[in-house]
Design a protein around this ligand. Structure first.
Ligand SMILES: Nc1nc2c(ncn2[C@@H]2O[C@H](COP(=O)(O)OP(=O)(O)OP(=O)(O)O)[C@@H](O)[C@H]2O)c(=O)[nH]1
Ligand SMILES: [Mg+2]
Length: 457
């Protein structure tokens, strides 16, 4: 690109959240050995100590996934975060003492630190201070494989780093510079910043273009009037395994957080004959960074546009209810909370109390995507839910209007066809859009979830 003479430098290899640009701190997590990490959580008045512990347990898993070990934990109760140091000054000193005692290299805070807080903490602690966002970005960077996924992650990383460039003095060029070295020309820091901003714009452009393609594909799919079903759920719940079980998707499923970053869509035929498009997407955790949610907008759009969400829950997790809450909170944040949801309690093979969970959530199903138990049940439940969302209509179509007949076949599910003197009488299930388009041929209608006999005319 002409306006990007040093473009290649920014093709980050996604090794560490701070390492790509040659910053002096090396990678976020040095993967030549397992870094030793102290975790810090703060309970604010609107939270509970249990929630803080649960969130730290999750952070510990995230840190482990990023390639490091938790070796200590410090918690504090506060009315509000300290603007300068997040925790209180005394607590910061205590964290330093703990870090020395357990010989830890890095401290990870469970909430996003402001650039100033990060700088101040690093001064007090004498070691790197990171936050949950940096760890999640680091894992995403390690797992991104498609060009869109990589661009999305890089954009999120740059947006996270840009405001931190000045205050941390982490210039990627390592040629000195930074505040205080301002000479007659540009400081290195300004050069760095300008380059990164250009890179951000380029990535945004690229992603916009990819998004357009995706929207066109989605529209093409909509025209077929096949329903869209999206797999959502806490990370590692088994979403990809469910997709693989139901289709021949062959997507990567591993015992690892955020194994899936790209959306994969497959066609699937339900027992009633309906075709649906099923999409596997990125999993959720607590406090998903806003930079990521924004960057992954095109991936998450699939979730918002779905007709039905299969919310996959790991029934063998320590606290499935907490995970359900996390997912629903995230769905609210991305604007998908109104999409109908079918709860799937997965991993029934290792969850002895799965029936209790199903009983607690009427309409939910249990399954083991691993061994296939409950697959038929899930397919039937999906069919039922989708059918209950469509109306049962009766149409009268003149014989010469083969085009209209074809449209009904394409857009809905035809139940019966009968030739009469006036034309073809057709009973079919149609969603709201198709019902609108075929309005002039409709002679009777009833709401979903009813039997043929209840069609009135
Ligand atoms: N025992 C058991 N393990 C399962 C089942 N379903 C999935 N798993 C395992 O759980 C782990 C995660 O499965 P995935 O399908 O990758 O989970 P995911 O929800 O797609 O995870 P991310 O994409 O990382 O968010 C893998 O090791 C699977 O083999 C199941 O029904 N029973
Ligand atoms: Mg997955």
């Amino acid at each position: 690109m002409g306006d990007e003479p040093r473009n290649g430098e920014f093709q980050s290899d996604h090794r560490g959240a701070f390492g790509e640009y040659g910053g002096e701190s090396g990678g976020l997590i040095d993967r030549s050995f397992r870094e030793r990490i102290v975790l810090v959580g703060v309970t604010m008045p609107d939270g509970s100590t249990d929630e803080t512990e649960a969130s730290l347990d999750e952070l510990s898993l995230l840190v482990d996934t990023a390639g490091a070990d938790e070796v200590g934990r410090v918690v504090q109760r506060r009315q509000a975060p300290d603007p300068a140091t997040y925790v209180g000054k005394g607590k910061a000193q205590e964290i330093k003492d703990v870090s020395l005692a357990v010989d830890s290299d890095t401290v990870v805070f469970d909430d996003e630190l402001s650039p100033a807080q990060q700088t101040n903490l690093e001064k007090i602690l004498g070691r790197s201070a990171l936050d949950r966002t940096a760890v999640i970005l680091d894992i995403f960077a390690q797992n991104a494989s498609s060009s869109e996924g990589k661009a999305q992650v890089e954009l999120a990383q740059l947006k996270y780093r840009l405001p931190r460039l000045r205050s941390t003095g982490r210039s990627y060029s390592q040629q000195g510079g930074g505040i205080g070295t301002r000479g007659p020309g540009e400081t290195q820091l300004e050069v760095d910043r300008r380059r990164l901003v250009r890179r951000v714009h380029k990535l945004e452009d690229d992603l916009r273009r990819l998004r357009k393609t995706r929207t066109t594909q989605a529209k093409a799919r909509k025209r077929t009037s096949n329903r869209g079903v999206s797999l959502v759920g806490y990370t590692n719940a088994g979403k990809s395994t469910v997709l693989n079980r139901l289709t021949d998707a062959g997507v990567l499923a591993e015992d690892r957080l955020f194994a899936t970053l790209d959306a994969t869509t497959r066609r699937l035929q339900l027992p009633g004959g309906e075709m649906v498009f099923m999409t596997d997407t990125v999993g959720f955790v607590r406090k998903l960074p806003t930079e990521l949610v924004e960057a992954f907008k095109s991936t998450l759009d699939v979730v918002i546009d779905a007709d039905l969400l299969l919310h996959v829950v790991d029934a063998s997790a320590p606290d499935p209810q907490a995970n359900i809450d996390v997912v629903r909170r995230t769905l609210r944040e991305i604007g998908a909370i109104d999409v109908p949801e079918l709860l799937v309690f997965n991993k029934s093979d290792q969850a002895p109390n799965v029936d209790a969970w199903v009983a607690r959530f009427p309409g939910s199903v249990a399954m083991s995507a691993m061994d296939g138990t409950g697959t038929e049940n899930l397919l039937a439940a999906m069919g039922d839910r989708l059918r209950s969302m469509s109306a049962l209509v009766e149409l009268l179509i003149p014989f010469e209007r083969g085009d209209v007949m074809a449209m009904v076949h394409r857009e809905g599910q035809v139940l019966t066809e009968m030739a009469t003197d006036d034309g073809l009488v057709v009973r079919a299930r149609l969603d709201a859009d198709s019902t609108g388009r075929l309005r002039q041929w409709i002679v009777g209608q009833s709401d979903g979830d009813q039997t043929h006999d209840e069609v009135t005319s």
